[in-house]
Ligand binder design. Structure first.
Ligand SMILES: C[S@@+](CC[C@H](N)C(=O)[O-])C[C@H]1O[C@@H](n2cnc3c(N)ncnc32)[C@H](O)[C@@H]1O
Length: 232
């Protein structure tokens, strides 16, 4: 894929993708809220999420620890070279912090969640998308190869365990779901060989059928959580 171009559904991404990615509906709902203006993505990678936020009318800051990724993300919006464990933002200064497939690399999850909590205003939203090891292929694959694109994987989450950790870190979980029994495998392949994306509409019904029977083996989950105002 050419990550300098924005991710546009109906162009480089099949709209069918979003029939099996339930977090996308909640992402649009959150981004449409008038009180959500100051948005940060931690671990923005190539910036494709930022390009999607822009299509929903929100300019997001991105940050990442890898200079080449920050440079790519800058083609989609303001991106900084910075560490998610030390956010360069003032307390209570952000409305939404988005973290997709980053916490399993970050090393100190409690500290990362504490930083998110510090920077969100009371009532601000943490939008988390993560890979979970409830899926046996992910679990055993990571035992064999605990790395992704050269980055160490160091947090073996389960869906239930992650939801508890987020709640224990001072957030009220409002929406949560598990998905992607085998679709995670499909998501990777068109990245390597873009013409495969044309086959996505045929893969979607297979994933739907699997989710009906073995949703709890889903490899991905999302959590939409609000910063608790009191008690910490
Ligand atoms: C699997 S990629 C996900 C990229 C993007 N969020 C997405 O979903 O396409 C994980 C990203 O997290 C970044 N990352 C890892 N540790 C980080 C940290 N401590 N602070 C900020 N970014 C970090 C990596 O450099 C990488 O770009």
């Amino acid at each position: 894929m050419d990550y300098r171009k924005p991710a546009v559904f109906g162009e480089n991404w099949s709209p069918s993708r979003y029939q099996v990615l339930p977090y996308f509906e909640w992402e649009k709902t959150v981004l449409a809220r008038p009180d959500i203006r100051r948005v940060l993505e931690i671990g923005c990678g190539n910036g494709w999420n930022m390009s999607r936020f822009a299509q929903n009318g929100r300019v997001a800051f991105g940050l990442d620890t890898v200079p080449q990724r920050v440079a790519l993300a800058q083609t989609h919006g303001p991106a900084l070279l910075a560490d998610g464990l030390r956010l360069p933002f003032a307390a209570d200064s952000l409305d939404l912090i988005y973290i997709q497939h980053v916490l399993h690399h970050i090393g100190d999850v409690d500290r990362a969640l504490a930083e998110v909590r510090r920077c969100l205003r009371p009532g601000g939203v943490l939008f988390l998308v993560e890979t979970v090891e409830d899926n046996p292929i992910i679990h055993w694959g990571r035992r064999l190869y605990p790395s992704w694109l050269g980055d160490e994987i160091n947090a073996p989450f389960t869906f239930a365990g992650l939801a508890t950790q987020v709640a224990d870190s001072g957030f009220r979980v409002q929406r949560a779901g598990q998905y992607s029994v085998l679709f995670w495998l499909w998501e990777i392949m068109p990245d390597q060989f873009p013409p495969l994306e044309k086959l996505t509409p045929y893969v979607v019904p297979i994933e739907h059928a699997l989710q009906k029977v073995v949703r709890r083996l889903g490899a991905h989950c999302y959590l939409v959580a609000e910063k608790e105002s009191f008690g910490r």
